[in-house]
Design a binder for this molecule. Structure first.
Ligand SMILES: Cc1ncc(C[n+]2csc(CCOP(=O)(O)OP(=O)(O)O)c2C)c(N)n1
Length: 298
């Protein structure tokens, strides 16, 4: 099955459909599990929750050209939850920004692929992130800049709840709605689990939709499962369905998605994947690739 997935990846510029995105996500998730285990470091939980979202952006949505990564007119993506870097690196490499082999050097001394994404060292990274809460302010700046330069690119910012617990995010939310900033999309990976507890224990965000709406944002009515590529594609259709800005999309996701004993567990936020857990998880991740591949090529 891996060989078939690689065939799919031979043409990364193709706009992938829902089943293809689903298979690619399963493949990337397994590769992430491999690297985090081999390297003995990194953030599994929040990377596994956003896998379908980041895969769908880069293989279906973003107007980008990896051979021309600094193109002024490219869409921008800011991974405000920068700790999910292994997810971003895996997708960027497979999309053609840098060699896939390099992902194995994740967090190695001297590697350009460190624990948090660095825009000056990694092609395709639009903003260095890691300190939670900065991404939306920066995305807002990029969106405002597009207005000044008359470029029509779109800026996407992905946060988890951690970023939304930071006051700075709410300043950016207020300002974006004040200026009715166009082409700015906030994508919330709403897995409701953080580093050392659940969202409810740390800082509840309910009712998030009402809060964002009260801050002047246009928020999805329909519920979207952010681990389901068909839902993600529907959310993209929703983004395109009107001209009301700025827009926020709340995606319900599962932290640690794909490995049953890590799902919904804050303890797997950034835990080292020991050999026994690795072998157990691998079986589930490989089964998922197999099933999604069979569905695609039946
Ligand atoms: C300003 C800041 N405070 C604390 C941290 C440490 N930290 C890293 S990830 C994280 C929890 C993030 O939770 P969430 O946004 O829900 O991430 P996800 O579940 O999507 O991984 C924390 C507290 C940080 N990176 N930045």
């Amino acid at each position: 099955m891996d060989a078939k997935v690689k065939t799919l990846l031979e043409n990364p510029n193709k706009k992938m459909n829902s089943d293809e995105l689903s298979l690619l996500s399963a493949f990337f998730r397994k590769n992430m599990w491999d690297v985090l285990h081999q390297r003995g470091t990194g953030h599994w939980g929040g990377s596994a929750s956003s896998t379908e979202l980041i895969t769908s952006l880069y293989f279906n949505r973003l107007n980008i050209e990896p051979k021309n990564p600094k193109d002024k007119k490219r869409d921008r993506f800011i991974l405000s939850k920068g700790h999910a870097s292994i997810n971003l690196y895996t997708v960027l490499a497979n999309r053609g920004y840098f060699p896939v082999e390099d992902v194995k050097t994740f967090r190695q001394f001297g590697s350009y692929l460190q624990g948090h994404p660095c825009m000056t060292k990694i092609l395709g990274v639009d903003m260095s992130t890691g300190a939670l809460g900065h991404g939306l302010s920066i995305g807002l700046g990029m969106a405002l800049a597009s207005k000044l330069s008359d470029d029509s690119y779109c800026t996407y910012v992905m946060t988890g709840e951690g970023c939304l617990n930071e006051g700075q995010s709410w300043e950016a939310l207020m300002m974006a709605s004040k200026y009715k900033v166009k082409n700015l999309v906030l994508m919330i990976d709403y897995n409701k689990v953080q580093l050392d507890g659940t969202m409810e224990e740390i800082m509840p965000l309910d009712n998030l939709k009402d809060k964002l709406t009260a801050f002047g944002w246009h928020v999805n009515n329909e519920k979207y499962d952010g681990n389901k590529t068909s839902d993600i594609l529907s959310s993209f259709d929703w983004i395109d369905s009107d001209d009301i800005w700025p827009k926020a999309v709340i995606y319900d996701t599962i932290k640690g998605k794909g490995v049953s004993f890590t799902e919904g567990k804050n303890t797997w936020h950034g835990k080292v994947i020991d050999d026994e857990s690795y072998e157990k998880g691998l079986i589930e991740l490989q089964k998922d690739i197999q099933e999604k591949g069979v569905r695609l090529w039946k």
